[in-house]
Design a protein around this ligand. Structure first.
Ligand SMILES: CC(=O)SCCNC(=O)CCNC(=O)[C@H](O)C(C)(C)COP(=O)(O)OP(=O)(O)OC[C@H]1O[C@@H](n2cnc3c(N)ncnc32)[C@H](O)[C@@H]1OP(=O)(O)O
Length: 507
């Protein structure tokens, strides 16, 4: 069985409160979804809503035409005396997702029409679409409530349209009210009553049941599912693409075209463009979802993968991590040490574990790269010898003058000095380090990320935590500084980096 995936990140996903993409952002997301992630279809816009939406549709459709994707690029339009169809035609679109009413309440209460009048309007739209060469899918908006409260209307509407030129009947749980039993029963009634029609399920996540409802919908015979990247969408959002893909593969063993190795990449792209961060515990794509926190779990992994399941990180281009904190055990520490290439005797391991647990109890945030420092604290500084020490530094900040930094640094017992300017005080400091490293022919890692945070409370005298991400060849690692001054915290993190690199190079 093959399940079609339609991604509506660019239409329903943009109905997330506060999200609005530029045309270029939309184009980049569209390209990634069709070319890399390989969803079957994308819905990119609602007709008529704004000039910006038109510009974006125009851009994506032009690219779609040049690359033969026009049949897979869809635009939502209304039953509105052909205004939406003309808008889509003018933009170069070839598929409309026509928003029809899927509940009697909506036809009568919102459109103020009878079911017969609504069907007549839809048929007019179908005729006009045909003259424009536009293919039609229909949405039955509010279908879930329609099935609950006015099923005879839903069947009347489907019956009236079933022999028309309609490629897909798209059944939305517009308000996200369904549970899996209802999703199964309502979809099954549609499939049984109207064999041969293609039904998509469009689920919303108001009860956190969207993925479960998709599972039930597919079991009942749905041929396609609607999703968004990161589950973006109005209110509690739509069904997340990544979770649905994992569910379809592992729980239903159906075929689909999405490349699961590309899910993290598209999630990050949408995270940046939408400005909506992915929760760290979001299945498949969240930062911590492949991290074992408990010592017992790490121990099981060490003893022949006893906690193995099908949802392995490597499928998604990720790797298993073992968190360090108060629930760590010897095995968690061992797993992290393996990553760093460090071996400890059992007694040292026990002492280091004890220290990690103590720090974890105080809510310290401990990373793998902190371990060598903890080891050197606990075991008398033998793991990462402090071969590099900062003897003095001075940094200036003077209004309208470039910052200057002077640095005196000891490397393997020898002292080096340098003075540099920079775009900011930290940049000036790093330029001074670089000039010394250049003299010595030593390579410095690239700084790829720099995060600053302060503990809750927001006081100006608060401690500052700076976490810097570095990249040296294939090695990506983080170091942390925790000081009362922002620049001092960055310099502490930098010094840790210099010593880590030195110990790795020497190893
Ligand atoms: C499945 C879903 O998520 S539904 C998504 C629907 N998408 C959107 O609403 C996109 C954003 N919407 C908009 O930009 C605007 O609402 C527009 C451009 C569509 C219409 O704007 P306006 O003309 O100002 O109308 P307004 O927003 O006040 O009201 C909606 C009108 O659409 C009508 N309408 C509602 N559903 C439909 C439909 N499926 N087909 C045709 N008309 C509809 C309403 O009856 C109302 O008409 P009325 O003013 O004659 O009573």
């Amino acid at each position: 069985m093959y399940i079609e995936i339609m991604d509506t990140t660019l239409r329903d996903g943009e109905q997330t409160s506060g999200v609005s993409y530029t045309a270029t952002e939309k184009l980049n997301i569209a390209k990634m979804l069709l070319e890399e992630v390989k969803v079957d279809r994308i819905e990119i816009a609602s007709a008529r809503i704004s000039d910006g939406e038109y510009e974006a549709a125009l851009k994506i459709l032009k690219w779609g035409k040049d690359n033969n994707y026009l049949d897979r690029i869809e635009i939502l339009g209304f039953v509105d005396d052909n205004r939406s169809l003309d808008w889509i035609h003018k933009a170069g679109g070839k598929v409309i997702n026509l928003l029809c009413k899927g509940s009697l309440k909506h036809v009568q209460g919102q459109l103020r029409k009878s079911p017969e009048e609504h069907v007549a309007d839809i048929k007019k739209a179908l005729a006009h679409a045909e003259t424009l060469g536009i293919k039609v899918n229909v949405y039955f908006e509010d279908w879930s409530n329609g099935m609950r409260n006015s099923p005879e209307y839903v069947f009347f509407l489907t019956h009236a349209l079933k022999d028309e030129k309609i490629a897909r009947f798209m059944l939305p749980d517009t308000l996200g009210v369904l549970n899996p039993d209802e999703a199964f029963s309502y979809m099954k009634q549609m499939v049984d009553k109207f064999p041969g029609l293609h039904f998509d399920l469009h689920a919303h996540n108001d009860y956190d049941l969207s993925v479960a409802n998709c599972f039930a919908g597919v079991k009942a015979g749905a041929a396609g599912l609607h999703v968004t990247v990161n589950g973006l969408g109005e209110r509690a959002g739509n069904t997340p693409l990544s979770s649905v893909v994992a569910m379809l593969k592992d729980h239903l063993q159906v075929n689909f075209s999405v490349d699961e190795a590309k899910l993290v990449g598209v999630s990050k792209l949408v995270e940046v463009f939408s400005g909506i961060g992915v929760p760290k515990n979001k299945p498949v794509v969240g930062e911590h979802v492949f991290t074992q926190t408990c010592g017992v779990h790490a121990d099981g992994d060490n003893k022949g993968n006893l906690y193995h399941n099908e949802l392995i990180p490597e499928r998604f281009g990720r790797s298993r991590k073992y968190a360090l904190g108060k629930t760590s055990g010897n095995a968690s520490i061992k797993k992290n040490l393996e990553e760093l290439g460090i071996e400890l005797d059992p007694e040292s391991l026990r002492r280091v574990t004890q220290r990690v647990v103590e720090l974890g109890d105080k809510k310290e945030n401990i990373s793998t790269e902190d371990l060598p420092y903890i080891i050197s604290d606990v075991l008398g500084r033998e793991a990462v010898a402090e071969k590099i020490k900062i003897r003095n530094y001075y940094s200036s900040h003077v209004y309208n003058l470039k910052p200057v930094s002077t640095l005196s640094i000891e490397i393997d017992g020898k002292v080096y000095e340098a003075t540099s300017t920079g775009d900011g005080q930290y940049d000036a400091f790093m330029q001074a380090v670089k000039s010394i490293y250049d003299q010595l022919g030593k390579k410095l890692p690239q700084l790829t990320d720099y995060e600053i945070s302060i503990p809750p409370g927001g006081r100006t005298d608060a401690f500052v935590e700076t976490i810097i991400t570095w990249e040296l060849d294939e090695w990506v690692f983080k170091t942390r500084g925790f000081e009362s001054d922002q620049q001092a915290a960055a310099i502490t993190a930098t010094l840790k980096m210099l010593n880590l690199v030195e110990s790795k190079v020497k190893a």
